[in-house]
Design a protein. Structure first.
Length: 91
């Protein structure tokens, strides 16, 4: 999980974050004051874009997709892509 992204998503007043782990992260607001982080919310946060990253890693390469279209037509290609879309749905 991207802790910095989660913190910024939950705490809209955070402008800077230093550190990379829960133990070392210090978040500050526009005035330079330290922001108290709600670690329960941060640790339970789910990236709303995660399905995009999962799909991108699972889709066949463009070359393989074009080959699929050539050999199986658009409907065959759609079936191939649908498998990944169904595995990682938009939430």
């Amino acid at each position: 999980m991207d802790l910095h992204k989660a913190i910024r998503s939950i705490h809209d007043n955070v402008v800077t974050i230093n550190g990379d782990t829960q133990e070392t992260i210090i978040a500050k607001d526009i005035n330079g004051d330290e922001v108290s982080i709600n670690w329960t919310a941060v640790n339970s946060w789910t990236d709303p874009d995660q399905y995009k990253f999962d799909r991108a890693n699972e889709y066949p390469t463009i070359v393989d997709q074009l080959d699929d279209i050539y050999h199986n037509g658009i409907d065959g290609w759609k079936a191939t892509i649908k498998t990944t879309k169904d595995k990682y749905p938009k939430e």
